[in-house]
Ligand binder design. Structure first.
Ligand code: FAD
Length: 484
C-alpha cells in the first residue's frame, strides 16, 4: 500500500526540477496506460516482473544537480528511486507506486585513472563494459564481470554489491571499491572518494552504501581498484554426468589450477537445451556428450605455456578418473566468447521464453542442485510442472556456492510468483543458506528479512536507515522492513 506520508507529484514540483535540469534531461508523462507511456521503460524491469507508476524520471548530469533534487524531495516529502542500468533483478530500481525516478545514465564520465595503482575514479552512471573498454588498452581490467555488463552501471553494481563471474578470484566489491561519493537524502554530499588502498581512520562509511540498494543515498562517484589484465586466459567446457561430478571437478580444479583458477560455473542440461532452442543451435554446441550437467572453468595467468601445461594435466586427470565425460578448450578469443555464451545467455534465453522468475541463493556447494530437484518434485507432485512452472533450470557460480534457479510463469500472475518465492526461500532458510547471494532484497524479498536476520540486526538496520534518511524518501518499501 502506498504510504500517505509521501506527497503526490504536482506541476509545481516538475516546474522546480525544470530549473535544475534542461528539458532533455526530464521525462514527464502523466499517461497511466503503460502501453503508450514514455515512462514505461523506467517503470518496468528487464524481467518484466516489476511495474511501477512513476510519472517523472530525472537524468542529472552532475553531483550538484543530484544534491538539489534530493534536497527538494526531502523537503517536500517526495519519494525517490535511484536507477542505474535497470538490470537489477529484485525490483529495487523500479518504483512501486509513483516515486520519482532518478536515473544515473547521463552521469557517465571517467574522472581519472592511475596507471600505476590501477585505481579508476568514475561517475556512478558509467557502464561496466565501458570502464573495461577504457582500462583494457592500458593493461587493466574490471574486477567484476556479469551478463548485464553492457547495460549495468558502476553505481548500480556497488548498490547491489554485484557478484558475477570473477568474484571467486577478485572477491566482492566490499574489497575492490576504495571510495564513494554519495548524495545523502537531505542533499548533503559525502565525499569519501578515497583512492587509498589502506585507510583505517574510524568507521569505513562507504561499506554502508555498498549493497544498500539505494535506500541510504544516491551514489554519484565510485573509486575502484582494477587488477592487471591477464595475458593468458583459458576457458574449458566440461560435460559431467552428475552434480557430484561437478563438485569433484571443482575440487580437482582447485588442486591442479590453484592460483590461476578464476571462475567455475555450471549449468544443467535443461539450461543448455533452452539456450539452443531460443538463441543458438544444436551445431553451435561444442560438446557431443549429452550429459546432465556442464561446467565452464576459466584460468587467468601471465604465461600461456605454464597455464596450458596445468590445464592439460587437469583435463587428463578428469578424463582418466571418469569424472568428466568430455571436455573442450577454447583455442582463440572467438572460441572463448563462443564457449562463454552458453553460460552467459541462459538468463536472456529464459526471459525470451516468457515471464521469468529468477532466484540467486547461496548455500553449501553440496546442496546447490538439491534445491532445483526439490522444486521440480514439489511442483510435479501438484501437477503444476510444465503447466504453470515451465523451463525450471539451475545454473550458477559453483566457486561461490551461488545457485540461480529460474522458471517461466504466466504473465504477471503474482500468486504464482509468491508461491514459488515461498518454496525457494523457505527451503533456503531451512538449509541455512542466504536468500540473496548477489541480486539483493529489493522489494521482492523484503517480507523474508525478519526470517533471515536476528531482531538485533533488524533493529540496527532500522536505526541506520532512520538516522541517515529520517523522512524515509530513499527507495521506500524496500530492503529494511518496518521503517515506514
Ligand atoms: P539497477 O538495476 O538500475 O539498480 C539496482 C539497485 O541499485 C536498485 O535498488 C537501485 O535503486 C540501486 N541503484 C542503482 N544505481 C544507484 C546509484 N547510483 N546510487 C544508489 N543506488 C543505486 N548480478 C550479479 O550480481 N551477478 C551476475 O552474474 C548478474 N548477472 C546478470 C545477468 C543478466 C542478463 C541480468 C539482466 C542481470 C544480472 N545481474 C547480475 C543483476 C544486475 O545486473 C546487477 O544487480 C547490477 O549490479 C545492477 O546494476 P544496474 O546499474 O542495472 O542497477
Amino acid at each position: 500500500k502506498r504510504s500517505d506520508k509521501f506527497k503526490q507529484l504536482e506541476q509545481s514540483d516538475v516546474d522546480y526540477f525544470r530549473t535544475v535540469l534542461t528539458s532533455n534531461n526530464i521525462v514527464h508523462d502523466e499517461t497511466s496506460n503503460p502501453e503508450n507511456s514514455t515512462m514505461t521503460p523506467y517503470n518496468t524491469d528487464f524481467f518484466n516482473l516489476h511495474r511501477g507508476a512513476s510519472k517523472l524520471c530525472l537524468f542529472p548530469t552532475e553531483t550538484s544537480q543530484v544534491s538539489k533534487i534530493l534536497k527538494y524531495c526531502n523537503d517536500q516529502k517526495l519519494a525517490v528511486v535511484p536507477q542505474g542500468g535497470n538490470t537489477g533483478v529484485s525490483g529495487g530500481q523500479n518504483p512501486l507506486f509513483d516515486e520519482i525516478i532518478v536515473n544515473m545514465s547521463k552521469m557517465n564520465k571517467i574522472r581519472s585513472f592511475n596507471d600505476i595503482s590501477g585505481i579508476a575514479v568514475v561517475d556512478a552512471g558509467v557502464v561496466l563494459e565501458s570502464l573495461d573498454n577504457y582500462v583494457a588498452p592500458l593493461g587493466y581490467t574490471v574486477p567484476l564481470d556479469l551478463g548485464a555488463k553492457g547495460s549495468c552501471q558502476l553505481g548500480g553494481n556497488v548498490s547491489t554489491n554485484a557478484g558475477g563471474l570473477r568474484l571467486m578470484k577478485f572477491g566482492s566489491l566490499h574489497g575492490s571499491v576504495l571510495g564513494l561519493e554519495v548524495v545523502l537524502p537531505d542533499g548533503t554530499v559525502m565525499d569519501n572518494l578515497s583512492t587509498l588502498r589502506k585507510d583505517n581512520t574510524g568507521y569505513d562509511l562507504k561499506q554502508l552504501f555498498i549493497g544498500a540498494e539505494g535506500t541510504l543515498g544516491l551514489i554519484t562517484g565510485v573509486s575502484i581498484m582494477t587488477p592487471r589484465k591477464p595475458t593468458s586466459v583459458n576457458i574449458a567446457m566440461l560435460a559431467l554426468e552428475s552434480f557430484d561430478d561437478v563438485q569433484k571437478a571443482f575440487v580437482m580444479a582447485k588442486e591442479d589450477l590453484s592460483e590461476i583458477l578464476s571462475g567455475f560455473e555450471f549449468w544443467d542440461r535443461e539450461s543448455m537445451e533452452l539456450v539452443k532452442r531460443v538463441m543458438l543451435t544444436d551445431k553451435d554446441f561444442p560438446i557431443e556428450a549429452n550429459t546432465k550437467f556442464y561446467a565452464l572453468l576459466e584460468t587467468q595467468g601471465s604465461r600461456q605455456e605454464h597455464d596450458q601445461e596445468k590445464i592439460d594435466t587437469y583435463l587428463t586427470r578428469l578424463m582418466e578418473t571418469n569424472v568428466a565425460q568430455d571436455g573442450v578448450m577454447a583455442q582463440d578469443e572467438k572460441q572463448t566468447t563462443a564457449l562463454w555464451q552458453w553460460r552467459e545467455r541462459i538468463p536472456e534465453a529464459i526471459v525470451q521464453s516468457g515471464t521469468a522468475m529468477t532466484y540467486d541463493v547461496a548455500m553449501d556447494v553440496q546442496l546447490l542442485y538439491k534445491l532445483v530437484e526439490d522444486v521440480k518434485q514439489h511442483y510435479s507432485e501438484r501437477g503444476l510442472l510444465d503447466k504453470v512452472y515451465k523451463n525450471v533450470i539451475g545454473f550458477g557460480h559453483v566457486g561461490d556456492g551461488n545457485l540461480h534457479i529460474m522458471a517461466n510463469i504466466p504473465d504477471h500472475d503474482y500468486s504464482v510468483q509468491k508461491d514459488m518465492d515461498k518454496f525457494v526461500y523457505d527451503w533456503t532458510i531451512k538449509h541455512n543458506g542466504s536468500i540473496t547471494a548477489e541480486h539483493g532484497i529489493g522489494v521482492a524479498k523484503v517480507n523474508y528479512m525478519t526470517r533471515c536476520k536476528t531482531d538485533v540486526q533488524i533493529r540496527l538496520m532500522q536505526s541506520i536507515k532512520n538516522a541517515i534518511d529520517p523522512n524515509g524518501i530513499m527507495n521506500p518499501y524496500k530492503v529494511v522492513p518496518g521503517v515506514l
